[in-house]
Design a protein around this ligand. Structure first.
Ligand code: SER
Length: 463
């Protein structure tokens, strides 16, 4: 397998991608805000979000298509972050998009030219997947010179893409890079789509042709569209001969800062302990910086809660690393130093972001200090490997405002599971008691409001 291809920085990859498509007549759009102009989405999660109305034929553009480098936040896997080399909450996605102006053949030919001629990735390390019944795309890759045993067919879970429950969607074709047998699972069935680290998907070409409705029906869109997304951190890892997203240049600056502040050492092969915490802080501090710059403030619901959770998780992992005192604004400075040129909004909003980060960090530190004393005592009283009772986790949540996910994390680090069924039962009991009390007494209407609110929002924390 070929090992020799050139190295490239993240900034070089970003500009090479965008220049390539600009030269071919596609129009460069700046990234849209992380706060989408679309009630069906919590946060911008793909380059295509800002073009939804072009897909639906409600808007048109005179150019044959568009390109962007989009800020994205994906929240479904926050708990996995740091435990593998792939998951990120914030990432940049390079993409080319077209609304009837670029054919599937052309889109695949450009993708192939860019990765083999410009990025000079060796063909014997490139693999392609197509949607089960998509013979057309299979034949396009074959005509471009891809060997039959480098193309596989995957079903709806892998090769059908939608931004959310409704809206433009369609079958897709993914491009993978073979990171080498040594990082794989060794199974004879290992191939693109396998959960191991060997085949890294770095570019997804979606042939957006349906508009999924609330009732699940999928009428055809007015055009055969195109929506591609190349994960920039993944491409940086590939182009810098690394195996993980965290080991490319931009993420490494943040990991190094974490090492300096904490005195701990990062090990790229270790997915636990200090290395995991260093990854989490590097990832979450980027998300926090970009989210606040786009106007999101920490809170208890929706995207505000996502921000609060990421910010607090970063602070908490600082504690796990033994960092004393506030530290998160130093990461904001480093993110800005690395990314401020590509995203000027970071530099424009730096005072606001740092002020909010500092005050949320301080508030949460107080919460942590108070709850931590109680939790540590409870953990110390447990036998080795015993489960932390649900009522203890509930008291932490209810009285100390200590988030349940942190209780789980701290207990886990000390070798204890948390009785989550017991915790949920306590939560339900509390609501049931409030409901019962509400019946027939003078406080009835007050309690009704409380029960309704407590069903909707997270617990309130009193400082
Ligand atoms: N929207 C697709 C994705 O996010 C391709 O851009 O993977």
């Amino acid at each position: 397998m070929s090992a020799d291809y050139p190295s490239m920085t993240t900034a070089e990859i970003r500009s090479k991608f965008l220049n390539f498509f600009e030269e071919r007549g596609l129009k460069l759009y700046p990234s849209s805000s992380l706060v989408p102009d679309d009630p069906s989405l919590l946060l911008a999660n793909a380059g295509m979000n800002q073009f939804k109305e072009y897909y639906q034929g409600k808007k048109t553009m005179k150019e044959i298509g568009a390109i962007s480098c989009q800020k994205c936040v994906r929240t479904n896997d926050i708990d996995c972050i740091g435990e593998d080399g792939r998951h990120l909450s914030f990432f940049e996605m390079l993409g080319d998009f077209s609304f009837g102006g670029v054919s599937k053949q052309q889109a695949c030919a450009w993708a192939f030219e860019l990765i083999t001629k410009e990025f000079k990735l060796p063909l014997d390390r490139l693999y392609f997947t197509v949607f089960t019944e998509d013979d057309e795309t299979h034949d396009v890759w074959r005509s471009l010179g891809v060997a039959e045993d480098h193309i596989s067919r995957l079903g709806e879970d892998d090769n059908f893409w939608a931004a959310g429950p409704t809206g433009p969607c369609g079958p897709c074709s993914e491009i993978y890079f073979d990171m080498g047998e040594e990082v794989g699972c060794g199974s004879p069935d290992c191939k693109p789509g396998c959960d191991c680290d060997r085949f890294l998907e770095f570019w997804n070409l979606v042939f957006t042709q349906y508009d999924r409705q609330e009732d699940g029906s999928m009428p055809e869109l007015p055009h055969r569209n195109l929506d591609t997304g190349m994960g920039l951190e993944r491409m940086a890892a590939i182009m810098q001969h690394k195996t993980a997203n965290y080991d490319g240049d931009l993420m490494q600056h943040l990991i190094k800062l974490g090492e300096e502040i904490s005195g701990k050492t990062y090990d790229a092969d270790d997915y636990s302990g200090a290395s995991r915490s260093l990854r989490i802080i590097a990832d979450h501090s980027r998300a926090v910086d970009f989210m606040i710059s786009d106007g999101i403030l920490p809170g208890n619901e929706g995207r505000e809660y996502v921000l609060r959770r990421l910010l607090r998780r970063a602070v908490f992992h600082g504690r796990l690393l033994g960092i004393e005192g506030a530290f998160l604004t130093k990461f904001i400075d480093e993110v800005n130093a690395q990314m401020g040129e590509a995203y000027p909004e970071l530099l424009k909003n730096v005072a606001l972001v740092k002020g909010i980060v500092a005050s949320e960090e301080e508030r949460f530190s107080t919460t942590l200090d108070n709850g931590r004393v109680y939790l540590d005592e409870a953990l110390a009283a447990l036998a080795e490997g015993a489960v932390l009772p649900g009522d203890v986790a509930f008291k932490l949540h209810d009285t100390f405002g200590f988030p349940i996910d942190l209780t789980v994390e701290i207990a886990g680090a000390a070798g204890h599971d948390v009785d989550m069924d017991g915790f949920t039962a306590c939560m339900e009991d509390q609501k049931a008691r409030a409901r019962a009390n509400a019946k027939g007494d003078a406080w009835g209407s007050f309690n009704d409001v409380w029960v309704e609110l407590s069903d909707k929002v997270a617990s309130t924390e009193f400082d």
